[in-house]
Every structure is written in C-alpha cells, then in structure tokens.
Write a protein that binds this ligand. Structure first.
Ligand SMILES: Nc1ncnc2c1ncn2[C@@H]1O[C@H](COP(=O)(O)OP(=O)(O)OP(=O)(O)O)[C@@H](O)[C@H]1O
Ligand SMILES: [Mg+2]
Length: 249
C-alpha cells in the first residue's frame, strides 16, 4: 500500500474561527494506482494532498505513506523522503523565481546529487516532451501560466518518484498541452509504475484515472471505477456523475 489514511481530519484556525476542511477521511491507495480527486471548490482536495505531501499536518488521524507513519518522522527524514519518493505539482506551481526554468525542473535531481551530465540529459529529454526547450533559460516570471504549469509537471516527474501528487496540473493549459501532460502522467504510471493522485475539476483529465473519488464538505461522497471501460466511455460516466452531483465539481 502506498497511502493509508485513517480518520484524518483537518481544522484550520483557532478560537471561534474554526474551519473543518477534512472530516474523518479514511482511504487506501495501492501501488500503481492512478486515482482522481474531484469535488467543488472548498471540498478539501488541496488540504488532503498537502497532508499526504507531508507539507502540512493533519489535526487528527493516522497517515502512512509507503508504510511509514509520517507523523512520527523527523524533519530531516521527511525532507529526504519527499526528495526521493514524492513528486508534487502544486495548484499555484511553486516555482522559484530566482532560478531559471531549467534549474527549477532539475532541482530534485540536483538536491539528490545526481551527476551533472545525467541532469543535463534528463532536463533536455523532459523539456522536449513537455515543449519547454525554448524557455529553459528564462525565469518563471518571464513565461506564461501554461509554461509554468508544464515546468511544475516536469519538476515533479524528473526524479521518477514512486508517488506523484498533482493538484490541478492542467488547469491553465489549452487542450493540446493538457493532453500532453496527461499522457506523460499516464506513461509515468504505466511504464514507471508510479502511483498518482490527481486533483482536477475537469472530466477529461479525470478520464485518464482508473478510479475517481468525489469529495464534498471535507468528506468522500462518491467513487467511480473505470473497470474495463475505454477512456472515452469513462469520460461520459464521469460527466453523468457530475450532472447527478450537481454544481461544478
Ligand atoms: N490555510 C488555510 N487557512 C484557513 N482555511 C483554509 C486554509 N486552506 C484551506 N482552508 C479552507 O479549507 C477548506 C478546504 O480548502 P481546500 O483548499 O482544501 O479546498 P479545495 O477542494 O482544494 O478547493 P479548490 O478546488 O478551490 O482548490 C475551505 O473551506 C478553505 O477555505
Ligand atoms: Mg485546491
């Protein structure tokens, strides 16, 4: 099991202004799964991802990632764990403005001490696949939102992590770029056996997943499994579910 969460709750704020973002979530993600997380704005999707990313902590509950109790890990151990096992794409990219696009992308490799020629090779490879070659020497404030998002996806994938946590990785992309990113994620999942948890509002992006969890008010509401369906068939099943749930998910 890659993720095991039991009775996870998250409350923000203090004294009178409490906001319960996650309400007793229990879930399991198996190795090699490609799971989608949908639900309206404010449902708690980012809150859950940030906790699995070890970037934020739960108010209560138990979380094991790859069998390790993340609440019990010390900061140095957590940093090492994040660097070697996890890849993140944040909703607002989190690129460092003081580093070039290329240096942002290769940061996980540089921190892990991968040799320079190997870093260079992988940077070129991923830049080609995500159409970033022309902007590698630019800085994040000089490129478009879609380019930033693709750079964030490249950074999350470059070290071939075992678990990728992606928060709206295609929200700012046109349909061709979104398809490229989703196909890259699919390859990472199928070829490199990475486990993926993908937050999205978009039924098309969700249709690349094998299983989709729909959240509402900090809880799990519904779940869909792709089973033997084609991606296009699953896309229509997701649209039907969104229509049934009402509102935007
Ligand atoms: N740092 C914070 N401090 C206080 N409240 C927060 C904080 N982060 C999130 N919340 C609240 O927690 C709830 C869940 O927010 P979260 O960001 O997890 O939603 P989401 O499902 O990711 O929404 P979106 O689709 O808009 O990204 C919301 O009510 C939000 O206002
Ligand atoms: Mg969010």
């Amino acid at each position: 099991m890659i993720v095991q969460a039991r009775n996870v709750s998250k409350t923000y704020g203090s004294n009178g202004h409490l906001n319960k973002a996650l309400d007793n979530i229990t879930m399991t993600i198996l190795e090699g799964e490609f799971v989608g997380l949908m639900g309206p704005s404010g449902a708690g999707k980012t809150s859950l991802l940030n906790i699995f990313s070890t970037i934020d902590t739960a108010s209560s509950g138990e979380i094991k990632i790859m069998g390790k109790d993340i609440n019990a890990m010390k900061e140095a151990e957590l940093a090492n764990f994040r660097r070697h096992e996890l890849g993140f794409v944040f909703q607002d990219y989190h690129l460092l403005d003081t580093l070039s696009v290329k240096d942002n992308i290769v940061l996980p490799l540089a921190l892990s001490g991968v040799p320079v020629h190997e870093i260079e090779k992988r940077a070129q490879e991923i830049a080609h696949k995500l159409d970033l070659v022309d902007v590698l020497s630019q800085f994040p404030y000089q490129i478009s939102g879609g380019q930033k998002q693709r750079a964030a996806v490249a950074r999350a994938m470059i070290a071939k992590p075992r678990l990728v946590l992606a928060d709206e990785p295609t929200g700012a992309l046109d349909s061709k770029a979104a398809t490229d990113v989703l196909e890259r994620l699919q390859t990472l999942n199928q070829t490199d056996r990475a486990t993926i948890l993908l937050v999205t509002h978009d039924a098309y992006a969700a249709s690349f997943c094998q299983r989709i969890i729909f959240m509402k008010d900090g809880r799990f509401d519904q779940e869909l499994d792709r089973r033997g369906r084609s991606r296009v068939e699953f896309f229509h099943v997701i649209l039907d579910m969104l229509a049934t749930l009402g509102g935007n998910a």
